[in-house]
Design a protein around this ligand. Structure first.
Ligand code: KIV
Length: 271
């Protein structure tokens, strides 16, 4: 039985309690009103308006091109649908890395213009000044370590991160720094399961994994990937719950056929 099921609104404090009770946190992405409404009404705990919208919604190759205005547009659409889930919005690339004042202004715009509940930022020690400043303004932050897609040009590939001890050690240190700074949680992407388990044990805030194994406090997937809309992306960590690509194609094929054969609309489908 999920204790959080009857909670009318998920807050960062509820997530903290879930970690303490050992209840796993379920998180999915959404970028629009219709999908957000379905997953909120299904009981998802956290909705991430991810900058993966850059790939999934806009067809870019990376998350780098998406703008602050575009993220606010997606987040506002999601917020109109959601009553229960905690809604977290990604700070897009270039809005927080170099300058903590700009970071604060970007975070304030997201919160003020979309009405979201929290933001997510990629990185550790190198962005802690921005994190401190944003947290001081009362804006909750979830960190993101491991494979941080905004750094793809530095990494060169989307492969597993922190397999070498030096990078694993930095990740352990960054996790502590983010916890001590006051982040309410931490996303761990594509790192060895043993490292994710160790980090999860060593910090008091909840960890949410994607390709980080089972011993974390929750899991996140990109909705379009887990529904099988996107067929070209099949990493080992992805569990597909549906094959919507084929379902949609089949429906569109039937519609085209009905129109071409004049069997749609029929007598009951006209005024
Ligand atoms: O943008 C996104 O969807 C993400 C998740 C993959 C964690 O950051």
């Amino acid at each position: 039985m999920h204790a959080s099921k009857n909670i009318p609104k998920i807050t960062t404090h509820v997530l903290q309690e879930m970690k303490l009770k050992g209840e796993k946190i379920a998180m999915l992405t959404a970028y629009d009103y219709s999908m957000a409404k379905i997953i909120d009404e299904s009981g998802i705990d956290v909705i991430l308006v991810g900058d993966s919208a850059s790939n999934v919604m806009a067809g870019h190759k990376t998350t780098l091109p998406i703008t602050l205005n575009e993220m606010i547009y997606h987040a506002s659409s999601v917020m109109r649908a959601v009553t229960r889930a905690l809604v977290v919005v990604d700070m897009p690339f270039g809005t927080y890395q170099g300058n903590s004042k700009e970071a604060l202004l970007s975070a304030i715009r997201i919160m003020k213009e979309s009405g979201a509940n929290a933001i997510k930022m990629e990185g550790g020690e190198e962005i802690v000044e921005s994190i401190d400043r944003i947290l001081s303004a009362g804006i909750p932050i979830i960190g993101h370590l491991g494979l941080t897609p905004q750094s793809i040009n530095k990494f060169g590939t989307y492969g597993v991160r922190a397999t070498e001890e030096k990078e694993a050690e930095k990740l352990r240190r960054d996790a502590k720094i983010l916890e001590e700074a006051g982040c309410f949680g931490l996303v761990l992407e594509k790192i060895p399961a043993t490292l994710a388990a160790e980090v999860t044990q060593s910090i008091s805030i909840p960890t949410i994994g994607i390709g980080a194994g089972p011993s974390v406090d929750g899991q996140v997937l990109v909705l379009h990937d887990m529904l099988g809309i996107n067929q070209s992306f099949s990493p080992r960590f992805l569990r597909r719950y549906h094959n919507l690509y084929d379902e949609i194609r089949g429906s569109v094929f039937s519609y085209i056929n009905d129109v071409k054969t004049a069997s749609f609309p029929n007598d009951k489908e006209k005024y």
